[in-house]
Design a protein around this ligand. Structure first.
Ligand code: PLP
Length: 504
């Protein structure tokens, strides 16, 4: 059967993306059913008179995201893994904003708030610190940034002396809306975007809009401290839901109403796994059924090392259930304090008022400079360059782990700025290694340290080390892992000697 696609060669959106998006919509809307056959890439390219490579790449992307599957010498079919019950046709319901309840004032007897760790407190003594999520300090585009900021400053007129739209600079919001379509599969416009001071500020904005003492905040476990501790601070009831190799276990989502669920679907923090398509759909269906909202933190999605970037969960959300958080802390630097939130339409007015109440908007000069950097194409070139750099550093880390340990399992290395290493059986638990490593000047982290928090500790969860690689040179990475191996073999030989002495 020919596919009823409408392809436009003159569109700025590539033919590959058009095919991907249209086939995906047909699947999600139930117009193509699980198990149904698709035309071959050759037939499709002949139908539209386009290159075979274009259709093949679109199919590759659909397969990578779990929409279709190819059976050798048989053909290509819509994936049987997509549960029909959670497709939009089955669950389409209008959204309504979450209810909020009253919150009492803080008493002096209340326990102090917890906040996320931003750096390793021992870092001055470290030879190599595998702290997670730090950009390479030498890669910030200083020269071009200086030129752009200087030009904007001289032409600023009243921009630095007057209040501006608290939602953020229109040019920057437009540049973001344009970028998230091809890179994250999110169709949005400047109106739906609010510029914030990084993800953390976005989380605060959403928490102020949605949380009150006693509301439910679902988090992944393990989870990013900055989110979990913030929700805790709002008096929310934290419901941790465990993560396995396919991401959040949606079967364990609570039976509640008006909750928020904070997730990191592209590269789970800190485990690094990707949320499967089946579970993405389940999570969206849960949000619709329970009148809840999903907070998607897409903190490091710019760094996917092979193939097209995976689409964001927000790109699948036809029911207005996903609030998307993006940040420039990883692609440029955390010191800029710039990020953005993309809201579903029904939350926009509330979000704009809350942003005004919180801080009247972000600094104009940095927003204007970033908008110019994005519009000039400089940002995209910068991201491509550092992606390559991080790829080499990731490879150096994989090579060093293989050389010195040659065992265990690597998780989440296809993307991002860190990976998780499931330890080989002959190594001690991760928490013990972390302590030994620090003594030797190497910073490594577990699922419950660094900036992570683990709500369900078990012997198994102490078998993972979390290693960031983006801010270390290849030399530092090799030295750090060699030092770690040295420490662990010293410990192992000490244990052997003790065991031999006991046996005598
Ligand atoms: C998962 C995750 N989300 C958000 C952030 C914070 O980002 P921002 O600097 O934009 O507040 C981090 C920082 O490491 C992170 O790891």
């Amino acid at each position: 059967m020919p596919l009823p696609l409408k392809l436009h060669a003159a569109s700025p959106i590539s033919l590959q993306t058009q095919i991907f998006e249209q086939v995906r919509s047909m699947i999600l809307e139930g117009r193509l059913r699980p198990g149904e056959a698709l035309p071959s890439t050759r037939t499709l390219s002949e139908q539209f008179g386009i290159a075979r490579n274009t259709t093949a790449l679109a199919y590759d992307r659909l397969a990578a995201e779990g929409y279709i599957e190819t059976r050798r010498s048989v053909g290509t079919f819509i994936s049987m893994q997509i549960p029909e019950g959670v497709l939009y046709t089955a669950t389409h319901r209008p959204a309504s904003p979450a209810r909020s309840t009253k919150r009492s004032a803080v008493k002096s007897s209340d326990p102090p708030a917890r906040s996320q760790a931003l750096v390793n407190p021992n870092r001055k003594r470290l030879v190599a610190d595998f702290w997670v999520g730090r950009p390479d300090p030498d890669s910030f585009p200083r020269k071009i940034w200086a030129q752009l900021i200087h030009r904007r400053l001289l032409g600023s007129g009243s921009a630095l002396t007057e209040y501006r739209d608290p939602s953020g600079l229109l040019e920057l919001r437009e540049a973001i809306a344009e970028r998230v379509r091809p890179t994250r599969n999110i169709v949005t416009s400047a109106d739906e975007i609010i510029i914030v001071g990084g993800c953390q500020d976005g989380l605060n904005l959403v928490s102020r809009m949605m949380l009150a003492a006693g509301s439910t905040a679902v988090v992944e476990t393990p989870c990013y401290q900055g989110a979990a501790f913030l929700f805790e601070n709002f008096g929310a009831k934290i419901v941790p839901v465990p993560v396995d190799e396919r991401g959040l276990i949606c079967g364990r989502l609570p039976d509640v109403r008006n909750a928020i669920a904070y997730v990191t679907p592209s590269h789970q923090y800190p485990l690094g796994v990707t949320l499967s398509l089946e579970r993405r759909l389940e999570l969206l269906a849960w949000a619709a059924e329970t009148d809840s909202y999903i907070l998607e933190d897409d903190y490091d999605s710019d760094f996917r090392f092979h193939g097209a970037p995976l689409a964001a969960l927000k790109g699948l959300d036809l029911m207005g259930r996903v609030i998307y958080l993006g940040t420039f802390s990883k692609s440029l630097g955390a010191g800029l304090r710039l990020g953005y939130v993309i809201f579903p339409t029904e939350l926009l007015e509330r979000a704009r008022h809350m942003k005004t109440l919180m801080n009247n908007g972000q600094p104009w000069l940095e927003q204007a400079t970033l908008a110019d950097f994005m519009e000039s194409g400089g940002y995209e070139r910068h991201v491509r360059r550092i992606r390559k750099l991080y790829y080499s550093r990731r490879n150096a880390l994989l090579a060093a782990l293989d050389k010195h340990f040659g065992g265990g399992e690597i998780i989440g290395a296809e993307a991002g700025m860190h990976l998780a290493w499931r330890l080989p059986h002959d190594l001690p638990p991760a928490s013990e290694i972390e302590k030994l490593a620090i003594e030797a000047g190497v910073g490594v982290y577990t699922l419950a340290t660094g900036a992570a928090v683990n709500f369900e500790t078990s012997a198994d969860s102490d078998r993972y080390l979390v290693l960031g690689f983006s801010s270390l040179t290849e030399r530092e990475i090799s030295k750090g892992i060699a030092r770690l191996a040295e420490v662990l073999s010293v410990k192992a030989s000490g244990q052997r000697r003790a065991a031999q002495a006991l046996a005598r």
